[in-house]
Design a protein around this ligand. Structure first.
Ligand code: NAP
Length: 304
């Protein structure tokens, strides 16, 4: 237990900072439900895969390669299906969505969990800054490719981060999506996580009048493989570990809660932290920016 956890009480949902994915699904049967989670081979995605399967869901676990997804699925019990989905490679994402569409599976939740963080130097995919492309555009193509498969009450859960506050003013540098006008490891990671919030917001708006929902979550701060690209982040995690860090089961709780809780049937367009509704940076709620990002993402998706 971290020191911080001792001072944190539960929120209105009855869950909080210290809740685990198993606790937030206690007593819940997910028999008959199918849920897809990206980045299922590591950290929060792997725990999400495990707990959803434990509760009886059929879980489609995706990873950069089929081997990684297959290995992860083999380590958890229950019903799992492994698929390759490299989010920085639109062809791989489209092959993944085509596989789901081909078998006509109805999805009760899509959990966009995979992500990269804090790349020290500017890297690009298809001409776009790699964190923006992987964390946002890859998931944009995935979710849009699966919308026909999303059940009438289906949920989309976007893994954002409190680090979205590090994005530049306004959130998205629309004139710098390739990073050529300046790059900061944390500014661009923040931008990608800001985009995850805006995407959930705009998707929720598009779901208006249906029973489908879209929400974004901050999972907490958890020592996983996420810091592997950034020495500063690894040192930060080691220093703050005993004070602030959640465990992986605690870190997976918010996304699992938002994907499954019967209490959230009509809750959409929100940002969650510690299994409760929270407030993101004010400009991350801007519907105009959310709509602009959607249109630009459509254009990008149409050219890659
Ligand atoms: N841990 C934290 O403190 C924290 C805080 C806030 C938000 N988050 C968010 O939580 C999510 C899960 O992170 P985590 O902490 O569990 O990190 P993690 O252990 O590094 O897991 C990230 C997952 O994303 C996958 N991934 C990376 N690039 C990919 C790509 N191009 N295509 C497909 N999959 C890719 C990774 O695959 P490989 O193993 O093949 O690289 C891995 O499965 C991320 O979206 C992250 O931004 C985490």
């Amino acid at each position: 237990m971290s020191i911080y956890e001792r001072f944190k009480s539960k929120g209105p949902s009855g869950f909080g900072y210290g809740s685990t994915a198993e606790e937030v699904t206690g007593g819940l049967s997910l028999e008959g439900k199918t849920m897809l989670v990206t980045g299922c081979n590591s950290g929060l995605g792997k725990e999400t895969l495990r707990v959803l399967a434990l509760r009886g869901a059929r879980v489609i676990g995706t990873a950069r390669t089929f081997e990684k997804a297959h290995q992860a699925c083999a380590t958890v019990g229950g019903q799992t299906v492994a698929l390759a989905c490299d989010l920085s490679d639109p062809a791989s994402v489209r092959a993944c969505t085509a596989s789901v569409v081909a078998v006509g599976i109805q999805l009760d939740a899509i959990i966009c969990n995979a992500g990269i963080m804090g790349l020290p130097k500017l890297e690009r995919a298809h001409g776009y800054e790699l964190q923006f492309f992987t964390n946002h555009i890859g998931h944009f193509i995935l979710v849009n490719g699966l919308l026909e498969q999303l059940s009438a009450t289906g949920r989309v859960v976007m893994l954002s981060s409190a680090a979205h506050i590090q994005a530049a003013k306004g959130g998205i540098e629309f004139d710098n999506l390739d990073g050529s006008k300046g790059y900061g490891a944390w500014r661009q990671y923040g931008q990608s996580k800001f985009a995850n919030i805006l995407f959930a917001k705009e998707l929720a708006r598009r779901f208006t009048g249906t029973q489908r929902t879209a929400n974004a979550v901050h999972p907490g701060i958890i020592k996983t493989n996420l810091a592997r690209h950034n020495l500063g982040a690894r040192i930060f995690y080691d220093i703050i570990g005993p004070i602030l860090l959640k465990t992986v089961p605690q870190g997976a709780a918010t996304q699992v809660y938002v994907a499954t809780s019967p209490a959230l049937v009509t809750v959409s367009g929100k940002y969650f932290a510690d299994c409760n509704i929270a407030a993101p940076r004010a400009d991350a709620e801007d519907p105009v920016t959310a709509n602009t990002l959607w249109k630009i993402s459509e254009q990008i998706a149409g050219t890659v």
